[in-house]
Write a protein that binds this ligand. Structure first.
Ligand code: ADP
Ligand code: MG
Length: 253
């Protein structure tokens, strides 16, 4: 469904992705792990066409989209939804208008927009919140609105950039459950970027570990957790220690 073939991305002086190969199969949930600055967000931005590779190819559903114009990319993007880090809601719009955004851009009649918005908000447990403003929501609720916005257009591919970042364990578990339910009921193909192993273990079919713009390991979850790659082992040990000592923080900001 998604294929990155030897993708290299340079930003400024830096080689951010250094010959990345990645295949994500239809219906699969691929989790990308790695330290901050390893290039995880850049991979998502390549998949959704916001960053163009300097070398290599991007294939979506077997179609080589590498050389596509912005107009052609817009068509490809219609099949995708993205949940950005920090929710990235439009602060001046109501919750309902945020979720309706992609639907209106597709020119759906207003009555149908309302129905789809209600359905998307119901899926994340927030129907009835259409008139609320994002500023009055907790961090966990903003994440759920962001998820509703990404799913409202029924995308085949959903990209999640650290969907549980900044949330306490209980709210994280709620978002994880929504991601899992989405995968099960809508059978989307998903790429989830996270550095939280607890979430990753619950939602992943396969896991990939990125280090300085290269994948050191890509494997089904159980096999990944047994990886002999020293840096992967170090990451897994570090995350376990973190999970034990993690302080519960309020997610409101
Ligand atoms: N627009 C940019 N210009 C220059 N460097 C960038 C740009 N965007 C990201 N980078 C660098 O690329 C590296 C990878 O970034 P990113 O993909 O955001 O990593 P991650 O999501 O894993 O934290 C980082 O070192 C970051 O500083
Ligand atoms: Mg990032």
């Amino acid at each position: 469904m998604i294929e990155l073939d030897n993708v290299t991305v340079r930003l400024g002086e830096r080689t951010v992705l250094d010959g990345v190969d990645l295949t994500v199969r239809r219906g699969e949930t691929m989790v990308i792990l790695g330290a901050s600055g390893s290039g995880k967000s850049t991979i998502l931005r390549v998949i959704i066409g916001l960053v163009r590779p300097d070398a290599g190819r991007v294939l979506i559903d077997g179609e080589d989209v590498t050389g596509y114009t912005e107009k052609a990319w817009n068509e490809v993007r219609r099949r995708m939804g993205m949940v950005f880090q920090y929710s990235a809601l439009f602060d001046s719009m109501t919750v309902g208008d945020n979720v309706a955004f992609g639907l209106r851009r597709r020119g759906l009649p207003e009555e149908q927009v309302r129905t789809e918005v209600a359905a998307a908000l119901t899926r994340v447990g927030l129907d009835g919140w259409q008139a609320a403003m994002p500023a009055n929501l907790s961090g966990g609720m903003k994440k759920r609105v962001s998820l509703a916005r990404a799913l409202a257009t029924h995308p085949e591919i959903v990209l999640y950039d650290e969907p549980t970042a900044g949330l306490d364990p209980i709210r994280s578990a709620t978002v994880d459950r929504l991601v899992m339910e989405t995968q099960r009921t809508l059978q989307t193909t998903a790429v989830v970027v996270t550095h939280e192993l607890v979430s990753a273990r619950k939602i992943a079919d396969r896991m990939a570990f990125l280090h300085e713009g290269r994948f050191l390991e890509i494997a089904p979850t159980e096999r990944f957790l047994q990886s002999r790659e020293p840096l992967v082992q170090q990451f897994l040990r570090g995350e376990e220690t973190l999970a034990e000592t993690r302080v519960t923080e309020d997610d409101r900001r």
